[in-house]
Design a protein around this ligand. Structure first.
Ligand SMILES: C[S@@+](CC[C@H](N)C(=O)[O-])C[C@H]1O[C@@H](n2cnc3c(N)ncnc32)[C@H](O)[C@@H]1O
Length: 208
C-alpha cells in the first residue's frame, strides 16, 4: 500500500465529517463549478475523497466518475451515494494513471485540492489532457504554498517530516499557470480564490 493511501485512509472519517458541513467556501466552489457545466457533461472528479463534491455535482450533469487513491474514502463515497440514492455517479479506488481510465472519456475534470499533492505535476497534467475530449474543461483549485512566507513553508516541511501533513509542492500561482498552459490547455479563468490559503482557481480548456 502506498504511503499516501495509508495517510488518507487514516484521515477519511475526519475529512468526511469536515466536508459534509458544507461551509460557505464549499458552497462557493460547488456553485462556481456548476456554472461551468451542463447536463451533457461526463465529469471525472480527480481525488474525489469521500465523494461530497461528486455527489453534489451529479444532479447537474450526465454522469460523474470519482477516483481516489484511498480505499476508505471510496467506501465512504459509495455509502453516501447509496444513502442519497444518486445513481449517475461511480467511485473507484484508482490513481489517475490507472489503465481502466479511457482517453478522451470525459468532457470535464474537476481537480480540487490535489495538484499540489502529486509527485509529477507535468505528468499528471499531461494525463488529464489525455483523459479529456477535445475542448473538454479542467476546473481546478490548488493551494499554492510557494505564495506563503518562508516561515510558513518551513513549518509545513516540519509537519510533513512528523507525518502530520502529506508532501506539498512549493507551487506559486504563476508556476502553476505555466505548467497548465504548457501541457496543452488554454486558461480561461485564473484567480486567487482564497487569499488566506493562497488557493488558485484555474479553469482551462483542452486545446488539441
Ligand atoms: C486534500 S484531499 C482533497 C479531496 C477533495 N478533492 C477536496 O477538495 O476536498 C486529497 C485527496 O486526494 C487523494 N489523493 C492523493 N494523491 C492522489 C493521487 N495521486 N491520485 C488520486 N487521489 C489522490 C487522497 O486520497 C485524498 O482523498
Amino acid at each position: 500500500m502506498k504511503q499516501e493511501e495509508t495517510f488518507w485512509d487514516k484521515r477519511s472519517r475526519q475529512y468526511d465529517a469536515a466536508v459534509t458541513k458544507r461551509d460557505a467556501n464549499y458552497i462557493n466552489i460547488i456553485d462556481s463549478t456548476i456554472a461551468l457545466l451542463s447536463s451533457k457533461d461526463v465529469v471525472l472528479d480527480f481525488a474525489c475523497a469521500s465523494g461530497e463534491y461528486s455527489l453534489d455535482l451529479a444532479p447537474c450533469v450526465q454522469r460523474v466518475h470519482g477516483i481516489d487513491l484511498s480505499t476508505r474514502m471510496i467506501e465512504l463515497a459509495n455509502k453516501k451515494a447509496r444513502e442519497r440514492q444518486i445513481a449517475n455517479v461511480t467511485f473507484d479506488s484508482a490513481d489517475v494513471f490507472d489503465a481502466s481510465l479511457n482517453r478522451g472519456a470525459y468532457s470535464a475534470i474537476v481537480a480540487f485540492n490535489i495538484l499540489h499533492l502529486v509527485n509529477d505535476l507535468p505528468g499528471v497534467l499531461a494525463r488529464l489532457h489525455e483523459l479529456l475530449k477535445t475542448d473538454g474543461v479542467l476546473i481546478s483549485l490548488t493551494p499554492c504554498l510557494g505564495e506563503k512566507s518562508w516561515l510558513f513553508r518551513h513549518m509545513v516541511g516540519l509537519a510533513h517530516k512528523l507525518g502530520a501533513v502529506p508532501s506539498i509542492s512549493n507551487l506559486t500561482s504563476s508556476s502553476l499557470a505555466s505548467l497548465v498552459a504548457g501541457n496543452g490547455f488554454e486558461i480561461t479563468e485564473n484567480r486567487t480564490w482564497n487569499k488566506k490559503h493562497r488557493a488558485q482557481w484555474i479553469v482551462a480548456h483542452k486545446l488539441r
